[in-house]
Structures are given as structure tokens and as C-alpha cells.
Design a protein around this ligand. Structure first.
Ligand code: AMP
Ligand code: MG
Length: 419
């Protein structure tokens, strides 16, 4: 069979093709305790003001500010305490002249009061306390609606639900949160050289590290992922497993078998199932043979078998597709600019992605390759929290140059504290 001619497309074009598919998951509801990491499927409106009432930000005394005018060290003004309230209770009293209510953090300001005196600013007396300074109208009061007023959109449809969003949802009484369903993922490692993790090593064979790695990447996004049996480089059986995976999952990820070698059967499989191939060659290193296809409402990601390429393929294509499917308003990789800490003189005929460690050094964002970095490398992936992006057609990067970096970390920690 003649070797198929493939035209590489730019990475950005490839990503755009992936996210311009009209493939979306439907809306559903998740219990609030399970909702973190989902995408909201409706705007969330404030159904009341936050704070709901004027409240005290401190433990102290609610007073009428007018009564404190003229107070000084030489002219202490005395207040009589007429009530004592904790958070969650409301005083039934209305303050009169030189009266005060002992109040705790979070408690509603009683009627008549318009300022809060912190406990530390008072000197106790038999009937109450004295003050040595005057207070302004509304001093030390958390005002009703100062954060949010009724009708404000506090969370937007398409927003990623983080812990803060969970707090907002709880504030407005959502037990069941409207979200988009997460797609399920089938993972199929292909290659006659592959062994299961627990199999003894044999000559010419390697263990399947991509399957577990993709599974871990899916887990990180909270996705349900099923790892299928390793597939030998055999057209018939691989085709059957891909068909089975398509009948059971929204996304099918294969690794390996997308090149133009004699035993690379994925292209034939896409043809056989009538999948629409969005691209099968990307101007990037590693992973130029990465293939993405769609089959009805489903995506097929044909990632390269090379571990680094496989990893980059997930970050560059699968993640944006995933969040786009889930209706997220943001789905492109987060990027920063950092100072390169090592020379990288090699030319970059295609856009190059280098697994890297990005961190704050001194007061500067810096980045270094995270180890041996050929496309087959595994260990450097483990030590990376980002990927350096060197544009195609460039060469001769040196220590000190500024480079773009895609952030991939789930462990956003570093060795030193810069606070
Ligand atoms: P392929 O994409 O099938 O041409 O494979 C490219 C390289 O990645 C070869 O050296 C394979 O042995 C290796 N490889 C393929 N699949 C895996 C896998 N699941 N885990 C680790 N290495 C793999
Ligand atoms: Mg192979």
C-alpha cells in the first residue's frame, strides 16, 4: 500500500478544529457535594442581598455614633449595655441615648445603632463601658448588599465550579446544582510490544504506561475512564474494540498506531467506521501524527504512542475538547511567559512542546526542561508542571530568553515560599 500523504496543520488550527465541533453533553444536576469540577449549565442569580442584613464584623458593642461625638482620653463617654446578642439572634431592643448592645461577629445590628465599637476599644464599667474616641456613621458595619444585591448574576453559565462557586451555591440554597454531564472516556492502548503492568518483562516488549497515564489525566478532570485490554497491532481485533468502546463511551482515546508504519492500523479503522478525520498531521513535536476524528456525537483521539507525545496530545487537544463539550466558557490552555533557564539551541521546524518545570525564582517566573525530553521520554513528564512552547521556524533559544509556557500542574506547589 502506498504511504498516505499527510499535510501538517498548525497546532492552533488543529485545536480550533477540535473545539469547533458541535458536540456537547446535555444538562443534568449534581449534588452540591459532587459538583466541584463540573461546568455550570445555568446562570445563578442572587435571590437575596449578601450580607442579608447590616451586621457586625467584630465582637464588640453596637452604639449610636452620635452619642460618641466628642469622646477623648480626657472625656470618656459612658454607655449602658441594654442587651447581649450572639450571631444568629436578633435584638428586640431599640437603642436610646448612650445605650449599647453587646454584639458578636456576624450578628445583626440592632435598631437605632449605626456603628460598632470593638471590644478592645472599650473600658468596662458596672453598667457597660466607656469610650475615648468618636465613631462615624456606619463605622465598622458590614452593610446589607455590600457584596451582592438581589438579582445580580453571581455565577455564570459555563463557569467552572470551584470551591468558591460551591460556597456561593450553598449560600443560595442549591442542593442540586445544574451542570453539564461529564463525558465518559474509553482508553485503548495499541501496540504488539505492550505488556500489562503486572506482566513480567520479555525481550522486545515494554510496559503500557500510556493507558494508566491517560487514566490518571482523566481522573484529574473528574472523568470516568475505562481502560480496555491492550490491543495487538491487528486490524480486526482493534476495530472491534474501537467499535465496542464507541458503543459504551463518549470519547475514545487510543494510543499508538497512528503513524504510517506497516502495523499502524488506526487510519484504516477511522475509515472503516466512517469517522470524519479532523486532522492526522500536526506541525508539532512531539506528536506530529496525532489524529482526531469525530463519529456522530463522539470524539476519537488517536494519540501517538510516544509517552511525551501522548501526554502533550491530551493537554493540547483532549482537554479543550472536553471542556468545550461540557459547555465551559473557557477551554484553552492557561499560558504564562517565563524566563528560560537553559539553552535550547536546536532548531524547531515544527512547534515544539517541552515538558518543563515552571516556578517563581527570586521574583521572576522561570522555566526549565524537566529532564530528558525526547518524545519517548516518560520520567520528565513526572517532573513537569508545564510545557514550554517554542514556535515553529525558530531556533537558538538561550538562557534568559522569554518563552511561552502552558500550565499543566495539578500540584501547584513549589519548594520555596515567596510570601
Ligand atoms: P506508535 O505510536 O505505535 O508508533 O508508538 C511510538 C512509540 O511509543 C513506540 O516506541 C512504542 O513502543 C511506544 N508506545 C506505544 N504505546 C505505548 C504505551 N501504551 N506505553 C508506552 N509506550 C508506548
Ligand atoms: Mg505502534
Amino acid at each position: 500500500m502506498p504511504v498516505e500523504k499527510r499535510n501538517p496543520i498548525p497546532v492552533s488550527e488543529a485545536i480550533h478544529r477540535v473545539v469547533s465541533q458541535d458536540i456537547k453533553t446535555e444538562g443534568t444536576h449534581m449534588n452540591i457535594y459532587e459538583s466541584e469540577g463540573y461546568i455550570l449549565s445555568e446562570d445563578i442569580e442572587a435571590t437575596y442581598d449578601i450580607p442579608r442584613f447590616n451586621k457586625s464584623p467584630y465582637d464588640g458593642f453596637a452604639i449610636r455614633s452620635e452619642d460618641s461625638q466628642g469622646a477623648s482620653g480626657d472625656n470618656r463617654i459612658a454607655f449602658k449595655v441594654i442587651d447581649h446578642i450572639g450571631a444568629g439572634t436578633v435584638s428586640q431592643k431599640t437603642l436610646g441615648e448612650n445605650e449599647a448592645v453587646r454584639i458578636m461577629t456576624g450578628a445583626e445590628i440592632p435598631k437605632g445603632a449605626d456603628a460598632v465599637v470593638m471590644l478592645e476599644q472599650t473600658t468596662e464599667t458596672d453598667e457597660g463601658f466607656t469610650l475615648r474616641k468618636s465613631f462615624k456613621h456606619l463605622e465598622n458595619i458590614a452593610l446589607k448588599g455590600e457584596e451582592t444585591t438581589t438579582g445580580d448574576i453571581v455565577l455564570k453559565k459555563g463557569q467552572y465550579i470551584n470551591a468558591g462557586a460551591v460556597a456561593v451555591l450553598a449560600t443560595f440554597g442549591y442542593v442540586d446544582v445544574p451542570v453539564y454531564r461529564k463525558p465518559s472516556v474509553a482508553i485503548i492502548a495499541t501496540g504488539s510490544e505492550l505488556l500489562d503492568i503486572d506482566a513480567p518483562l520479555e525481550p522486545g516488549k515494554i510496559r503500557n504506561s500510556n493507558g494508566p497515564m491517560i487514566h490518571a489525566l482523566c481522573r484529574k478532570e473528574g472523568l470516568e475512564a475505562t481502560v480496555y485490554k491492550i490491543q495487538k497491532d491487528d486490524f480486526e481485533s482493534s476495530l472491534n474494540v474501537v467499535k465496542q468502546a464507541l458503543s459504551e463511551h463518549d470519547i475514545v482515546v487510543t494510543t499508538g498506531g497512528v503513524s504510517v508504519g506497516d502495523f499502524d492500523y488506526l487510519p484504516d479503522i477511522y475509515r472503516e467506521i466512517d469517522a470524519e478525520v479532523l486532522f492526522n498531521k500536526v506541525a508539532m513535536r512531539p506528536g506530529s501524527v496525532t489524529t482526531v476524528a469525530v463519529h456522530g456525537n463522539q470524539y476519537l483521539f488517536g494519540l501517538s504512542g510516544n509517552p511525551s507525545a501522548c501526554y502533550s496530545g491530551f493537554e493540547l487537544f483532549l482537554k479543550p475538547a472536553l471542556y468545550h463539550m461540557m459547555g465551559a466558557e473557557k477551554f484553552y490552555p492557561a499560558m504564562v511567559r517565563a524566563t528560560l533557564m537553559e539553552d535550547f539551541k536546536k532548531p524547531n521546524p515544527f512547534t515544539r512542546f517541552i515538558r518543563a518545570n515552571v516556578k517563581m525564582t527570586g521574583r521572576e517566573m522561570t522555566v526549565s526542561p524537566s529532564g530528558f525530553n525526547k518524545s519517548g521520554a516518560v520520567v520528565s513528564i513526572a517532573h513537569s508542571n508545564g510545557m514550554i512552547v517554542l514556535p515553529s521556524g525558530t531556533r537558538g533559544f538561550e538562557k534568559g530568553h522569554q518563552v511561552d509556557v502552558i500550565l499543566t500542574a495539578s500540584d501547584a506547589f513549589q519548594e520555596e515560599l515567596y510570601l
